[in-house]
Design a protein around this ligand. Structure first.
Ligand SMILES: [Zn+2]
Ligand SMILES: [Zn+2]
Length: 386
């Protein structure tokens, strides 16, 4: 199931081209053009503009099952600190999450599959925009992704610093947490800092609330339930001698089920309103359910394990790994279709974390990722398919 050398060279070239020209959420115009032109050059049917800047390539061999393989295309708002030839040419934008590699690997798999006839069915190559924060996966689903390109199952992959090159990791069930955001407006009454008795101090109230919010996970949820409540911003006050009228608290919540998301939302509202009342203030809470949790389905996880094993051998496939508390908008696709999301090891001499200004996708992983995609199609639609 190895990928031809010439195709590996092409993947490296596509990856470097994409890395040098990073495009952020729903701005992936030249990225989408590169994707569409490579797909078309290999006789793959292309639909552009799916979920705004998304692209779907479709390849059929007779009748049979239909699966979706998904890669994300967007970059991050980050100043790159690397100095190699393919570094970002767009100041303040960077492929620091490896989506350049994901796009190149799926293109490589599409080309490899277009040159093989040992499978039967339909593969939809889904190149999605705006994974990082804008929910491009949701936008594609809302744009009729699975009605226009019917899939029995859908599969995703992300490179994973911390996992050695040549290894895959996957879990039956949760892989990534949900992602919600909240904003709490504490309304007090502003006044002179020297006369607090004539004010309602929104800053003191907000300070109590930040501490109280930590009791949601530590005291109110069952200890077996994994969740994170993080306050990430407090804004209030501008002068040395003025108690501000109001203070805003913002933060994020991560967990693994919609029931826990709803429970945390309710507790956060209860604590905000109760703490504000205790201080004579009022609180208004806005809570945004951003991304659901990424949960693999059992049969498709088994299929992914078969494909990863065919690519790197059973000893290199880590099963039932611990899920990450980070989030992934592939979850919107898994909410609609059975499927599985897998991590691809990339560490060799060093490990630079995702979203770091020194990160660069490891080109040595391109052939492994593309081979996994081909093996996955083979495991579902090849001669030995179950
Ligand atoms: Zn990212
Ligand atoms: Zn990413």
């Amino acid at each position: 199931m190895s990928i031809p050398e010439a195709l590996i060279a092409d993947m490296i070239q596509w990856r470097h081209t994409l890395h040098a020209c990073p495009e952020m959420a729903f701005e992936e115009v030249s990225t989408a053009q590169l994707v569409a032109s490579v797909l078309r050059a290999h006789g793959i049917t292309v639909q552009e503009g799916v979920g705004r800047t998304g692209v779907v390539g479709s390849l059929s061999r007779g009748t049979g099952p239909s699966i979706g393989l998904r890669a994300d295309m967007d970059a991050l708002p980050l100043v790159e600190k690397n100095q190699f030839a393919h570094k970002s040419q767009h100041e303040g934008k960077m492929h620091a999450c490896g989506h350049d590699g994901h796009t190149a690997m799926l293109l490589g798999a599409a080309v490899a599959l277009s040159q093989r006839s040992d499978w039967q069915g339909t593969v939809h190559f889904i190149f999605q925009p705006a994974e990082e924060a804008a929910g491009g996966g949701r936008v594609m689903v809302e744009d009729g992704l699975f009605e226009r390109f019917p899939c029995d199952a859908v599969f995703g992959m992300h490179n994973w610093p911390g996992l050695p090159l040549g290894r895959f990791a996957i879990n039956h069930g949760p892989m990534m947490a949900s992602f919600d955001t909240f904003e709490i407006q504490i309304q007090g009454a502003g006044g002179h800092a020297a006369m607090p008795e004539k004010s309602i101090d929104s800053l003191v109230c907000a300070s109590h609330l930040v501490v109280a919010l930590q009791t949601i996970v530590s005291r109110r949820l069952p200890p077996q339930e994994t969740a994170v409540v993080s306050v990430t911003q407090i804004h209030g006050g501008e002068a040395w001698n003025v108690l501000p009228d109001s203070t805003v608290i913002r933060g994020t919540v991560r967990c693994f089920s919609i029931a826990t998301q709803r429970r945390i939302h309710a507790l956060l509202t209860e604590l905000s309103e109760g703490t504000a009342r205790t201080h004579g203030a009022t609180a208004s809470v806005s809570y945004h359910y951003a991304y659901p949790a990424t949960i693999n389905s059992a049969a498709e996880t088994d299929m992914a394990i078969v494909a990863a094993t065919a690519t790197v051998g059973a000893g290199q496939v880590q099963r039932d790994c611990s899920p990450s508390m980070a989030s992934e908008d592939f979850a919107f696709m898994l909410n609609n279709k059975p499927g599985a999301y897998i991590w691809l090891g990339v560490d060799q001499d060093s490990s630079v974390p995702l979203h770091n200004p020194h990160y660069d996708f490891n080109d040595e992983a391109l052939a492994l990722g593309a081979a996994y995609w081909v093996a996955l199609v083979n495991s579902r639609m090849g001669p030995g398919a179950r």
